[in-house]
Structures are given as C-alpha cells and as structure tokens.
Ligand binder design. Structure first.
Ligand code: FES
Length: 103
C-alpha cells in the first residue's frame, strides 16, 4: 500500500507493508507533537513521525527534514523523546505513552 500526507510545510511520502497494516493486534498510542497516534509495537519512532506527517526538524534555512539513512548515521531523524533531546529516532522503537516532540 502506498500513501502520502501533506502538511502546510511539507509533503511526506511513505509506504506501508501490507501485513503491518493488518497486524495491529499489539498496538498502543504514542503522542507526536501533542497528537495521539496508534502504532504497532514494532514501529520505530522515525516511522511514527512519518505516519503523523511531522518533519523531524528544520534545517538552518527552515527546510523540513525527515529520516534519511534509517541506520543511525545521518542524524536527520533527531527529535526529543520523553524529554530527552536529539535522539536518533530511527534507532528507537515506540513504547506506550511515549512523548515525541519535533523542532
Ligand atoms: S535516519 Fe539517519 S540517523 Fe536516523
């Protein structure tokens, strides 16, 4: 399945694995910039931010930035998670009631 979300400042294109859309038996809610989002237990925080249509941060010139490498190298996915700033969200799995705040 293929989907796209747009916000006022960014366009995020993402793909779903069809099985992960169906297998939501172990799902819970997290908060991304104050918005509640249902995710499955194997969802990375970076993927959750994409699902929420939220860029991770802004570049110096104000461009929205989102995960690039997905393996902890590029640092484009940094966000504040449960009050801890600058975490590489592609390396974190969601847990219930997690609070994610982007720049
Ligand atoms: S996406 Fe590159 S470090 Fe997370």
């Amino acid at each position: 399945m293929f989907g796209m979300r747009e916000t006022a400042s960014s366009r995020v294109v993402f793909r779903f694995h069809s099985q992960s859309c169906i297998n939501m038996s172990k799902s819970f809610f997290i908060n991304v910039n104050g918005r509640s989002l249902q995710v499955s237990e194997d969802t990375s925080v970076a993927a959750a931010m994409i699902m929420a249509g939220q860029p991770c941060r802004r570049s110096v010139s104000g461009e929205p930035r989102s995960p690039l490498c997905g393996m902890g190298i590029c640092l484009e996915c940094r966000a504040t998670v449960n009050g801890e700033p600058h975490l590489r969200t592609c390396q974190l799995l969601c847990v219930p009631n997690m609070e994610v705040v982007t720049e």
